[in-house]
Design a protein around this ligand. Structure first.
Ligand code: AHR
Length: 357
């Protein structure tokens, strides 16, 4: 009799455990399961945005990611996030996983311009709209809903207009009579680099005193900006007086650099690291940077930079507006530019507010 009761108790415990395991499995499968068509059409369901970021190469980028997360939380939009660690192949994988998951919308920062047609066709076939953030692509426009980000052409023009103003009425001290420019550019084949370079040239080419003597890709990284300038300083050591450094400015192939146009603050801060380390005096070198991180604004105030072109990373609120419109099946503008300004040595610094990044 006792043995029978014990057997019954064991059976009920096993049945209870089996029921618990089944229930847990069911709950997990529901929460992980991609959405059904019914859920898609359900007006009240929480929107899911698959967002592929390129990495965290700069304080600008970190702020850009934060802005998107903050705005998503404020709008009750769920984000599936992927950090591509600066690799397009990782972005392609992430976008494909968003498609498998059947997110409502995909947004991504295209690290480079080309190579997106196939994956965007797959998203289109799956009925998932795509919004480009920060950078543009070379692809059939019907493959994405729209672009949100900066006007890179205008950023380049702003930098060049400042240069023209700064050198207005002056002649160069260089032998060639030209005003020599060193350009530090960012990620190769990215739309932002193409635009910043193009806009800049468009303006300086209107004045034949200006000449870009050297342009080098610093990958938007502080370490690369530092390295490029270090190499420049080292290679301009005077051969006549063995190994002696030229400390009165930067030189390229014996030519004194009159101006530096750096495509982002990280590389500019790297440049400042090197000139400080080597004790180079750049007081007569005009230095222009792009982004307007707090550190570069501080450098502008300290007289180390002459001009900082703002690139606004706070894209989150506008992105969520666009996401909601697209989710409602509405059309969005092909291009939405964020508002941006210019900071120069001519400003009243007391009017500046904290940048927040
Ligand atoms: O695409 C925007 C650029 O990318 C920013 O200027 C730069 O800082 C970032 O890494």
């Amino acid at each position: 009799m006792k043995a029978k009761v014990k057997k019954l108790q064991i059976i009920s415990i096993i049945s209870f455990l089996a029921a618990v395991i089944f229930l847990l499995g069911f709950i997990i499968s529901i929460s992980l399961k991609p959405k059904t068509e019914k859920q898609n059409s359900d007006q009240t369901h929480r929107l899911i945005l698959g967002f592929s970021q390129i990495g965290s190469e700069s304080a600008w980028r970190t702020r850009n990611t934060q802005s998107i997360f903050e705005a998503a939380a404020e709008n009750d939009i769920q984000i599936l996030f992927d950090d591509a660690q600066q690799k397009q192949e990782n972005q392609l994988k992430a976008i494909r996983s968003f498609i498998v998951y059947q997110v409502d919308i995909i947004a991504f920062v295209p690290i480079v311009e080309d190579g997106w047609d196939n994956v965007l066709t797959e998203a289109k076939e799956a009925g998932i709209p795509v919004i480009l953030v920060d950078r543009q692509i070379n692809a059939d426009p019907s493959l994405y809903a729209g672009f949100l980000g900066e006007d890179g052409l205008e950023e380049g023009r702003r930098a060049a207009r400042f240069l023209l103003k700064k050198f207005n009425g002056t002649t160069s001290t260089s032998d060639s009579g030209k005003i020599s420019i060193l350009e530090l550019s960012g990620t190769e084949n990215s739309s932002v680099v193409r635009d910043r370079a193009k806009g800049f040239r468009e303006i300086i080419e209107t004045d034949n005193r200006f000449e870009i003597v050297h342009s080098e890709n610093g990958d938007f990284l502080r370490s690369r900006g530092k390295e490029i300038i270090e190499n420049l300083i080292e290679s301009s050591r005077s051969p006549a007086i063995t190994g002696r450094l030229k400390t009165n400015g930067l030189y390229y192939n014996g030519k004194k650099i009159n101006a530096v146009y750096s495509h982002n603050d990280s590389m500019t801060l790297g440049l400042l690291d090197s000139i400080e380390q080597y004790g180079i005096n750049t007081s007569d070198t005009v230095i222009i940077s792009v982004d307007a991180e707090q550190k570069s604004i501080d450098a502008l105030k300290a007289g180390k930079l002459n001009c900082v072109v703002e690139c606004n990373p706070n894209l989150g609120p506008k992105l969520m507006e666009l996401v909601k419109l697209v989710a409602e099946g509405k059309e969005i503008p092909r291009i939405t530019y964020n508002t941006e300004t210019l900071f120069t040595e001519y400003d009243d610094f007391s009017l500046y507010t904290e940048r927040g990044y």
